[in-house]
Design a protein around this ligand. Structure first.
Ligand SMILES: Cc1cc2nc3c(=O)[nH]c(=O)nc-3n(C[C@H](O)[C@H](O)[C@H](O)COP(=O)(O)OP(=O)(O)OC[C@H]3O[C@@H](n4cnc5c(N)ncnc54)[C@H](O)[C@@H]3O)c2cc1C
Length: 378
């Protein structure tokens, strides 16, 4: 693994950092209060190539690779975790369509996501009874008069209320993972209804909704990849997605740690800055060490992905370690802030809430351990 960044990677990192510092970080608390990421922010992400970091230039993507994507994700999450998850899912949707789509599907959807014309992408896999176990999904797609008819519902779908395209998994065959296929559904599809908006603990500027498919009719060419290959497509997409969530966790922890260092130097107790107390120094030392280790695991997984070699185990390890350590780091940073950390006057209160879900979505920590353990022992 090269630890030195190349010119493109450095440029993408600096672009994302500048945007996060100028636009996201000063406004993230307001986005949370508004429960909305402004349309102008999504527009800027597209214009800066941040919704298509690993998408070929011929579809208007930045074509900067998986490492640059992980770097950009850390910077955007450092500014606003809600914006980062929107960016993560849109990049994941663009990549899965680019990897498995026909030329016509790529032209329409990959280009549309990269240019911002489609605003954002949504990844519709989970259902109320099928979270960690997507093979238990109940949504069906049946071929009737040469049209696919989708019936069922989805749960927890990020960006659903403004996404221009949904990648939807549905059962086309019998039970189990072999009976699942993947479809591309434009937002204006008749019968697609955005239902409950979740009232979440964190990431409150990011929308998370349930979907209802009420006899949603799609043309035959809405199938993404081969019939019955949906589970494999979902697992491959999630491998890449886990690098994004690991990077998001690192970005949130980076912001928190910077705030801890600054607060510890400013806050005086017993006649000296609290940074002079060994207890505080050790919390900061442990946090920086764990954050650096998490970033290295994320970079390793991204480097393997970029090299085109197997990276499932490394992506799961990066996501598991980064999300768990980021949670601990944010908790320590709140402790360093004392009572003030428990108020909305300081960003750490939001970071603690925002970071928590990184241990849950795109596969819980328990599922990551299962994946890693199985791969080591097989
Ligand atoms: C804010 C948010 C955004 C999301 N965005 C999306 C999205 O855009 N698209 C999408 O498809 N999904 C999305 N999800 C869904 C997310 O991926 C699921 O919540 C996650 O996979 C866990 O599923 P579940 O919530 O049903 O929990 P469950 O699967 O019911 O798990 C409950 C508990 O049981 C444990 N458990 C389950 N099975 C096992 C096992 N075999 N071994 C050990 N422990 C186990 C879990 O680890 C967990 O602790 C989102 C979720 C949230 C909260």
């Amino acid at each position: 693994m090269h630890l030195e960044l190349d010119d493109t990677q450095r440029m993408v990192q600096e672009t994302a950092r500048a945007f996060a510092e100028k636009t996201l970080r000063p406004n993230a608390a307001q986005y949370e209060r508004d429960e909305k990421i402004p349309a102008s922010v999504l527009r800027s992400l597209a214009d800066l190539g941040l919704l298509s970091v690993n998408i070929p230039a011929r579809f208007e993507g930045a074509e900067a690779g998986a490492v640059a994507y992980a770097l950009a994700m850390q910077e955007i999450a450092r500014g606003c975790a809600s914006t980062a998850v929107t960016m993560a899912v849109t990049n994941m949707v663009g990549e899965v369509i680019n990897q498995f789509g026909t030329e016509a599907q790529r032209e329409r959807y990959v280009r549309g996501l990269a240019t911002g014309e489609l605003v954002a992408g949504s990844f519709a896999l989970s259902e109320t009874e099928a979270g960690s176990d997507p093979g238990a999904m109940r949504t069906t797609a049946t071929l009737e008069n040469d049209r696919w008819i989708l019936r069922g519902n989805k749960q927890w779908i990020t960006s659903a209320d403004f996404a221009g395209v949904f990648v939807v998994w549905a059962r086309t065959g019998g039970p189990g993972t072999a009976g699942i296929s993947t479809f591309l559904m434009p937002a204006n599809t008749p019968g697609l209804r955005i239902s409950k908006h979740e009232d979440k603990m964190g990431l409150r500027a990011s929308s998370t909704c349930a979907l209802v498919f009420d006899d949603c009719e799609l043309p035959q060419d809405a199938l993404l990849g081969e019939l019955g290959h949906g589970f494999r497509i979902a697992m491959m997409a999630l491998d890449g997605g886990r690098i994004g969530i690991g990077a998001q966790a690192c970005g949130i922890a980076s912001a928190a740690l910077e705030e801890a260092i600054s607060y510890a130097k400013d806050r005086t107790q017993f006649g000296k800055p609290i940074a002079d107390f060994q207890a505080i120094q050790w919390m900061i030392a442990d946090s920086q060490t764990e954050l650096d280790a998490a970033k290295l695991l994320v970079m390793r997984a991204a480097s393997l992905k970029q090299a085109g070699v197997a990276f499932s185990r490394e992506a799961a390890m990066a996501k598991l370690f980064a999300s768990e350590k980021a949670g601990q780091i944010c908790d320590r940073v709140l402790q360093i802030h004392g009572g003030y950390g428990y108020t909305r006057d300081f960003a750490i209160e939001r970071h603690v809430r925002d970071v928590r879900v990184s241990r849950i979505y795109e596969g819980t920590s328990e599922i990551q351990r299962t994946v890693i353990g199985r791969m080591i022992l097989r």
